[in-house]
Design a protein around this ligand. Structure first.
Ligand SMILES: Nc1ncnc2c1ncn2[C@@H]1O[C@H](COP(=O)(O)OP(=O)(O)O)[C@@H](O)[C@H]1O
Ligand SMILES: Cc1ncc(COP(=O)(O)O)c(CN)c1O
Length: 327
């Protein structure tokens, strides 16, 4: 597993992309998680010019991404004002090849609430859950990191996005409530806690991290995608299909049979065309035989066999026939 936070330099980012690509080659099971990298509360951490690199190179390499609303907007180019928009943004990130997309926080729930969404994409099927909860009054630092760490840990343990999502939210809220209560105690009545007083009470929350309470139930998001998002999804499917065609034409293959991701057999267009022509010739010839037999009273017999098919098409044998004159 490899977790990657934000980086502010182009050359660092390019190196990370190179390393992740290499690591995935050696270990295809490597899970690479892209977490906070860009911004919080509309504040941009990294230079704007790095956005295309994050969006087009780093994110497509990720298995899991956990952007907040602002980052999801930046990465997808979709402004998120409601759940439909959020689904479109999520779809856009899935289209980039990300398997798990979690929007860690958004303001599209009910007034005063935070809404989080977790979506998986498996074999073209989307499963999206949401959890809504009251937003507490305070600015917390490191919540995005804690969120990603808990989520990854639980996905690894339970392999269920719903379960991992619920447990993560439960831990987050316990930690945040404990932090806020402690900060308010330190600040004194009527005073606003300082950032230092708001430091997350992680050590004190050990048991809530290890054994999250069963407080949150994720709801399956039954809202269907809007027409435009469906069109977007259809376009992405078309892109995937055209990618497939390109792959075939680039390898010159019409049919790939793969085992464990490796091609074990393939047929070229030429081979398949030859096979069809030969089958056609055999059918026409045998029809002619029968016709001539009927019309002339001659008998057609088979004299020898020849190899018909190209060996890479599972060598098979067929009979060649010719006409003999029987009295
Ligand atoms: N003000 C808040 N009130 C309640 N929960 C919060 C608050 N801020 C953060 N959280 C919790 O932290 C999680 C991650 O927060 P988020 O704001 O998305 O992090 P970041 O912006 O650092 O990436 C949220 O899912 C939520 O559970
Ligand atoms: C330098 C720096 N500052 C602050 C943060 C905290 O970010 P957040 O509150 O969004 O988790 C991070 C998160 N990786 C960071 O790398």
């Amino acid at each position: 597993m490899c977790v990657f936070c934000y980086m502010g330099s182009k050359s660092f980012l390019e190196k990370v992309a190179e390393i992740i690509t290499d690591l995935k080659k050696y270990n295809p099971n490597l899970i690479y998680v892209k977490i906070h990298f860009y911004s919080k509360n509309n504040y941009v951490y990294v230079p704007q010019e790095l956005l295309p690199l994050y969006r087009d190179v780093i994110v497509p390499l990720a298995d899991i991404v956990t952007p907040n609303q602002f980052e999801a907007e930046k990465l997808s180019g979709i402004s998120i004002n409601n759940q439909d928009d959020a689904l479109k943004a999520i779809e856009c990130l899935h289209t980039k090849g990300v398997k798990v997309v979690v929007i860690s926080s958004s303001d599209i729930g009910k007034e005063g609430n935070m809404l989080t969404l977790a979506s998986t994409a498996k074999n073209g099927v989307r499963e999206c859950y949401k959890i809504e909860f009251p937003m507490l009054d305070g600015r917390f630092v490191g919540t995005g990191d804690l969120f990603a760490a808990c989520l990854l840990g639980w996905i690894h343990k339970s392999n269920s996005i719903k379960d991992a999502f619920e447990k993560t939210l439960s831990t987050m809220q316990s930690v945040i409530k404990r932090t806020l209560e402690h900060a308010q105690k330190l600040a004194g009545p009527g005073n606003k806690p300082t950032p230092a007083q708001m430091e997350l009470r992680l050590v004190q929350s050990k048991s809530d991290i290890e054994n999250p309470k069963d407080t949150f139930k994720a709801q399956l998001n039954r809202k269907t995608l809007s027409q435009s998002a469906q069109n977007q999804a259809a376009t992405s499917l078309r892109n995937q299909l055209s990618g497939l065609e390109n792959r075939h034409s680039s390898s010159g293959l019409l049919l790939d049979i793969t085992r464990g991701g490796k091609r074990v057999r393939g047929c070229t267009y030429a081979q398949v065309t030859c096979a069809f022509i030969l089958i056609l010739v055999i059918m026409v010839t045998s029809a002619m035989m029968r016709y001539l037999e009927r019309e002339s009273g001659f008998k057609a017999i088979s004299t020898h066999s020849v190899v018909l098919m190209h060996n890479s098409l599972n060598t098979s044998r067929g009979n060649m026939t010719h006409l003999s004159n029987f009295p």
